[in-house]
Ligand binder design. Structure first.
Ligand SMILES: [Zn+2]
Length: 171
């Protein structure tokens, strides 16, 4: 297993709509393992494949950050079946360092996806887990959480990110 590089705001891969996964093959299994290690090491509670430069619809989530194996979720092609309610809470992203902002998200979601054995899985989530699902599914649709901010807050966040990462700087 290897720790992968997490790409940052400004990298065009983060803005691409990621491709569906056709089969859970060796390559996907390895990517999933590497993503879990990368997420735990960061440390973070969620990671989407585009954040490690792979434009595929694969996400990993672990609210326990490695403490409880039962909490690890690895899902290919995740999609919402239902989303309801509204809750505003502070959010951050490993690809958007230094920015923490309040974002409105559904309070409860039902997500369908494919697990690593190739079987369909449906997960009901509320609270922080629902928020992380929304955040990671946004990633595979090429959307960063700062896109959900008000125009003013988004402009301020982007200004701050540009200041910290001047044009021409290598990722
Ligand atoms: Zn993120």
């Amino acid at each position: 297993m290897s720790i992968l590089e997490i790409i940052k705001y400004g990298n065009p891969i983060l803005s691409q709509v990621a491709q569906p996964i056709q089969t859970i093959d060796e390559e996907i299994l390895r990517l999933a393992q590497d993503m879990v290690l990368t997420m735990h090491t960061a440390p973070g509670i969620g990671l989407a494949a585009p954040q490690v430069s792979v434009s595929k619809r694969l996400i990993t989530i672990d609210l326990s950050i490695g403490e409880n194996p039962d909490e690890l979720i690895i899902l290919a092609n995740p999609e919402f079946l239902e989303a309801e309610g509204e809750v505003v809470q502070e959010e951050g992203c490993l690809s958007v360092p230094g920015i923490q902002e309040k974002v409105k998200r559904p309070s409860r979601v039902r997500v369908k996806g494919i697990d690593l054995r190739g079987g369909e899985r449906i997960i009901e989530a509320s609270g922080l887990l629902a928020r992380v699902f929304c955040h990671e599914i946004d990633h595979i649709n090429g959307r960063l959480f700062i896109e959900n901010l008000s125009p003013l807050k988004k402009a301020l966040a982007k200004k701050k990110l540009r200041r910290e990462q001047p044009a021409g700087t290598k990722e």
